[in-house]
Structures are given as structure tokens and as C-alpha cells.
Design a protein around this ligand. Structure first.
Ligand code: ASP
Length: 307
């Protein structure tokens, strides 16, 4: 009985010199907690969909990552979150874009998939839908974080829209992909997007085929990086297509997209990928990516840098 789980907490230029031992421990703890949350479900024969949602909820609730509670500030000093989820058996998908106040955007994305007749809802409408089904909301204090606030003030001063970085240039989006013992794949991604973003900017994370994709015939993918490039390269679906139509292996398809196509476009970032044979890949073209994985016969492992 095979199962796998891979997670990410964002990719980017993560400078070991600027990482304190305490901060590193905190990141690793957040990743391990998320792996454990997903593992509990997979080991008990639960679904990959439940596992990726549980892992992402854990990361959304952990303030160090740019998703849910730790989401970055927009130009107006708010938090606008994007999330999506997809199941590989039915190709059903759900996504929420630019939502405010929702404690767990990934749960909203799943509810959009399961309880509405739509795939993607945004802003006020998505929030009204979330309220109508009783999802938990939080006020601004819940999302306030001094580090994020400083990042935003800096970005305002410099008049730049930036991906989640200050000392470390990194993208703190979170995601999970899983294969369950029933042979089903699922993928989930959640983010606060870019610091100082405005005009309703939406990145790749809630865009099915760009930041998230799952198909039992090919793979499950969750991306992190500069969203504009990931949308233009249709990254997640491109990997699936290279497997489906060109017969590439998961590793080969990931390498082509992350280390060749994206690099040529100028897109920095990475992704996590799983297939139904139990393979997982965690490629990135930046200097680091917060990431972790486990299999039924491989204990939880986490990494930050290229190693
Ligand atoms: N991909 C996300 C976005 O562009 C950012 C990230 O991965 O951190 O919104």
C-alpha cells in the first residue's frame, strides 16, 4: 500500500547567513507539523484530498509562511489570499482569489469545489459564499505580524510590489501534493501573494493549471515562485502534458519546465510533484525552497537549501 506526501513553504533566495538557528528550527517545525498532519490521514487509509487540505491548513495557521495567518500586506495594508485545490480522480477543482478574513482559504477552495457549481470565486462573492456555509473568519489582528508589517512599510517606501522577501528573498506560499493508498492524487496551494500588491492582483496559486494541477493519469503539482511567470508558462499543466503527450517521466518533465522553460522566461521558483507510481520531485531554480516529504516507507524529511 503506497502513499506519498510532499509539501512546500515557498521558494526563493534563502541566504543561510541570514538564517538564525532559532528561525531555522521554527521553519522546520512548521514543515514537520504539516507533514505529520497529512501522514496521519494517509497512514489511516484516508484520501489524498483530505491529506493535502490538512497539511495546508497546518501551514496556513503557522505565521512564518505567507498564507492564511502569515499572509503579507497589500498596498492598502490588508491581506488578500488566494488558494486552490484539485483532485486527480475526477479532475474536480476549486479556487478562491483575493479573499479577506477567511481563516483557511484552502478550506474555502475545497468548499467551492464541493458545495458550489463553480470552480473559482473571488473577493466579496467568495467571502459571502464562505459566510453562507459557516467558514471561520478572523479580524485584522489575527493576520497582523510585525515582520510582515515591516516588509510592507519597506515596499511602500521603495514603491515596489514584491514577492515575500525582506532579508531573505523568498516566496512563502504553501502547498501540498499527495498520493493515497487508493491510488488517487491531489494537490493544494495557498498564498497571501505579493507584498504591496494592489488592484486586485492575483498570482498563479489559485489558477488551475498554473499553480495547481492534479490528474491521476499524470501527476499532482503545487507551485511557488513569481506568479506572473508561472501563469504565462502554465507550469503545472505543462508538466502534466509533457508526461501525458510526450511520455516523459515526472523527473524529466519537472526538469524541462523548472530548469529550462521557466529559466528562459525569467521565472524564479519551484514546485512539488507526485505521481501514481509513488515518485515525488521537488525541483526549484532559486537558491532554496522550504520543503518536506514522506512516503509509507520513508520518514518525514525536511530541507531548506540546495542539498
Ligand atoms: N506564486 C505566488 C504568487 O505569485 C507567490 C509565492 O509563491 O510565494 O502569488
Amino acid at each position: 500500500m503506497k502513499y506519498t506526501l510532499a509539501i512546500h513553504g515557498g521558494a526563493g533566495t534563502i541566504d543561510p547567513d541570514k538564517m538564525t538557528p532559532a528561525k531555522e528550527v521554527a521553519y522546520r517545525t512548521g514543515l514537520i507539523n504539516a507533514l505529520r498532519a497529512g501522514e496521519k490521514i494517509l497512514a489511516a487509509g484516508g484520501s489524498s484530498l483530505d491529506a493535502v487540505e490538512a497539511a495546508v491548513i497546518e501551514l496556513e495557521n503557522y505565521p512564518l509562511f505567507n498564507a492564511g495567518r502569515g499572509s503579507v500586506f497589500t498596498h492598502e495594508g490588508k491581506h488578500e489570499m488566494d488558494a486552490s485545490i484539485m483532485r486527480g480522480d475526477s479532475l474536480l477543482a476549486g479556487a478562491a482569489a483575493g479573499v479577506r478574513g477567511v481563516q483557511n482559504p484552502i478550506t474555502l477552495a475545497r468548499a467551492i469545489m464541493e458545495k458550489s457549481e463553480h470552480v473559482m470565486l473571488c473577493r466579496d462573492g467568495a467571502e459571502a459564499f464562505a459566510k453562507s456555509i459557516g467558514l471561520t473568519f478572523q479580524d485584522d489582528d489575527y493576520f497582523f505580524d510585525a515582520f510582515r508589517h515591516d516588509q510592507w512599510q519597506q515596499a511602500l517606501k521603495e514603491n515596489v510590489v514584491q514577492l515575500d522577501h525582506a532579508d531573505d528573498k523568498k516566496f512563502g506560499t504553501v502547498g501540498a501534493v499527495a498520493l493515497d493508498v487508493h491510488g488517487n492524487l491531489a494537490a493544494a496551494t495557498s498564498t497571501g501573494g505579493m507584498t504591496n500588491k494592489r488592484w486586485g492582483r492575483v498570482g498563479d496559486s489559485p489558477v488551475i493549471g498554473a499553480g495547481t494541477y492534479a490528474n491521476n493519469k499524470t501527476c499532482a503539482i503545487s507551485c511557488t515562485g513569481h506568479g506572473e511567470y508561472f501563469i504565462r508558462a502554465v507550469v503545472a499543466y505543462d508538466i502534466s502534458c509533457l508526461i501525458e503527450y510526450k511520455g516523459l517521466s515526472l523527473q524529466q518533465a519537472c526538469d524541462v519546465v523548472v530548469h529550462d522553460k521557466l529559466v528562459k522566461l525569467g521565472g524564479e521558483g519551484g514546485l512539488i510533484a507526485a505521481d501514481t507510481s509513488g515518485n515525488i520531485c521537488l525541483p526549484f531554480n532559486s537558491s532554496g525552497m522550504y520543503r518536506g516529504w514522506l512516503k509509507n516507507d520513508v520518514p518525514p524529511t525536511v530541507r531548506i537549501y540546495k542539498d
